[in-house]
Design a protein around this ligand. Structure first.
Ligand SMILES: [Zn+2]
Ligand SMILES: [Zn+2]
Length: 394
């Protein structure tokens, strides 16, 4: 059994950084204080630093001293969520209605811990490490604008890796799997319009609540009857609204939903069918319809060879018993996979467990009580550092 330990002074600083950022959560593309803190730390370590990349993103480049080699991109997302923190801790968010409830504060602290750890041995490293601190993962997405701003070039990135803390995986463990890892997430926004009127005289109106209900029901036909049952797809209508009171037929209804999928062909098919069904039913019953389809984050595909490397490095860092590979993909989405540039660059992501019943770390990500402890931070730094070392020497 391996009992790897992080240098105590690095762990202490990682904890301090995480608590500082946790207290000062900033939403997507507003991460001004956060970026400044990151850039200052990277400069202190002697990295080449680029600030204001895609608004609030930061890139730090560590050049190994042992000669030319490959370049690995290590990504940390840095945004918080619009949520009121319900934890009673010394580092509780001081901003009302904002909270690091997805653990991106931990991602920043871990990445800076990796930077501190690797800076100490930079003379032994061959190649480069590009630390990418990305805004707005929770939406509208900061990875794509960073790619468009050129973060995959100069030096050219050969592989991309990221971690995400996970509320339900035990503390001290990591989990990953090859191939399908996270889903693609697309959106649809529908507005139905038609003449409203008195609730007692529906024949003089277009009852958009009734028509909208049929649309919602019919969308389920896509997943239930049209897509291969072995292909994972979710269509969720998260918002359906219309009307103002019980005896008025309104003149507007709205339907907003998300489409999750893995297979690119299935993704295209489902997007097309959502549009057709919404349009078809609305026209059939005489409602005017506006449909906006938004193409969101791509499916997350863990490169099998790179995943093998992560598993090997993780076992070395935290012991074989703490590395889990028999997990399922999730229908959640991650814009980290934009850094694979449409599959041209091998990318891999792994989960870092935070669950600890005794310490009260029992809440899922996005809960107003989500929290994590030093052990998770240490695990993240140890595994990610080893992954980078392993990759650059492979
Ligand atoms: Zn999240
Ligand atoms: Zn997240």
């Amino acid at each position: 059994m391996t009992e790897a330990k992080l240098e105590p002074e690095i762990l202490e600083e990682v904890i301090k950084i995480r608590e500082d950022i946790h207290m000062h959560p900033e939403l997507g593309f507003e991460e001004v204080r956060t970026s400044k803190l990151i850039a200052e730390k990277l400069k202190e370590l002697g990295f080449e630093v680029q600030e204001n990349v895609a608004k609030t993103g930061v890139v730090g480049l560590l050049k190994g001293g042992a000669g030319e080699g490959k370049t690995i991109l290590v990504r940390a997302d840095i945004d918080a969520l619009p949520l009121q923190e319900m934890n009673d801790v010394s580092y509780k968010s001081i901003y009302d209605g904002k909270m690091h409830a997805c653990g991106h504060d931990a991602h920043i602290a871990i990445a800076l811990g990796v930077a501190m750890k690797l800076a100490r041995i930079k003379d032994q490293l061959k190649g480069n490490i590009k630390f990418v601190f990305q805004p707005a993962e929770e939406g509208p997405g900061g990875a794509k604008p960073m790619v468009e701003a050129g973060v995959l070039e100069n030096p050219k990135v050969d592989a991309a890796v990221a971690l995400h803390v996970a509320g339900l995986i035990p503390e001290g463990m990591i989990a990953t799997k090859p191939k399908e890892f996270t889903a693609a997430a697309d959106e649809f926004h529908v507005i139905l319009k038609g003449p409203g009127g008195h609730g007692s005289a529906p024949h003089n109106t277009k009852d958009l609540v009734a028509i909208g209900s049929l649309v919602v029901q019919a969308l389920n036909m896509i997943t239930a009857r049209e897509v291969d049952p072995l292909e994972p797809v979710v269509i969720t209508v998260g918002k359906f609204s219309g009307g103002t009171r019980h005896n008025i037929i309104g003149d507007k209804a709205e339907i907003h939903g998300t489409i999750r999928s893995f297979n690119p062909e299935v993704r295209d098919y489902v997007n097309k069918r959502v549009k057709e069904i919404v349009k078809g039913i609305s026209e059939l019953f005489g409602a005017d319809v506006e449909i906006e389809m938004i193409r969101g984050y791509p499916p997350g595909y863990n490169d099998p060879k790179l995943t093998e490397l992560v598993v090997r490095a993780a076992k070395k860092a935290i012991g074989e018993e703490n590395v889990v590979t028999d997990i399922k993909p999730i229908m959640g989405a991650e814009d980290f996979f934009e850094f694979s540039n449409g599959g041209k660059i091998p990318a891999v992501m792994f989960w870092v467990g935070v669950y600890n019943k005794e310490k009260g770390y029992i809440y899922e990500n996005h809960s107003s009580k989500f929290d994590l402890g030093p052990k998770a931070l240490e695990t993240g730094v140890l595994v990610m550092s080893e992954v980078v070392k392993e990759y650059l020497s492979s």
